[in-house]
Design a protein around this ligand. Structure first.
Ligand SMILES: [Zn+2]
Length: 245
């Protein structure tokens, strides 16, 4: 098989995925001459979920493009806001529990379960339910079955949430989902809560809700100030993005 020598320039945002020598502009890479560009990019360490456009000598090409010897390939990072086919739903891997609860707090449809069901089952669920797989596991993001995926760059939940909101610009609906199970909340009359909650709680608050799926009761004001701060920050950032769009 005739090998091909091609050169790559990766967007700096993708540098964390590639080996040091390939971070330089026009890094030389030898391929087998028959593999698709998508396959070559993945073999160099970059999940295709993170790739925006591929350019061959300045022309946009699909991931199926087979680069010829001497071609220069530019690999761009995804562009925000990232569009998803259909309603925006997410699936988070086992390591992103805090992020999952914060996304639910903002009303985002966020599947997350313990214990770990494993990469194969996660990928299958992403495809079956058309959910965007969020993970810091590159191996999981390489899986072909995924409906869509996104690498989570930060290890800090606050920054992770900012990343997801900046990348997908989802509609926010704070306090509309159960943070425990992702079910929708429905309003419950104060009288109906009297038997279920301590009388002090019922007297102190006026707005009650319960999860349609697991029955967990919620009441506004009971949450910690830190949850209020998360909602406040997210809605302000969303408003700023809308203004600058
Ligand atoms: Zn619930």
């Amino acid at each position: 098989m005739a090998k091909a020598a091609i050169t790559f320039t990766f967007d700096p945002r993708l540098h964390l995925f590639v080996a040091g020598p390939n971070r330089t502009a026009a890094a030389r890479v030898e391929t087998d001459g028959v593999s698709s560009l998508g396959h070559v990019v993945e073999s160099l360490g970059v999940p295709l979920t993170e790739v925006g456009a591929l350019l061959a000598d300045g022309r946009p090409v699909p991931v199926g493009h087979v680069a010829a010897s001497g071609e220069h390939i530019e690999v761009r990072a995804f562009a925000a806001p990232q569009q998803v086919d259909g309603p925006l739903r997410f699936l988070l891997d086992i390591h992103l529990g805090t992020l999952a609860r914060r996304m639910r707090l903002l009303g985002l449809d966020t599947a997350y379960e313990t214990p770990d069901i494993g990469d194969a089952a996660l990928a299958t669920r992403s495809a079956a339910e058309r959910r965007v797989m969020l993970s810091r596991d590159r191996g999981l993001l390489h899986r072909r079955e995924l409906f869509a995926g996104a690498y989570v760059y930060s290890t800090k939940p606050a920054e992770q949430l900012d990343e997801v909101l900046a990348r997908f610009e989802p509609e926010l609906a704070p306090w509309s989902r159960c943070t425990a199970c992702n079910g929708r909340l429905r309003a419950v009359a104060k009288e109906q809560m009297r038997d279920r909650l301590r009388s002090g709680t019922v007297q102190t608050y006026d707005t009650f809700a319960e999860c349609e799926d697991c029955g967990q009761p919620y009441w506004r004001g009971a949450h910690s100030p830190s949850l209020d701060a998360i909602v406040e920050h997210a809605t302000q950032e969303a408003a700023t993005r809308r203004r600058s769009a």
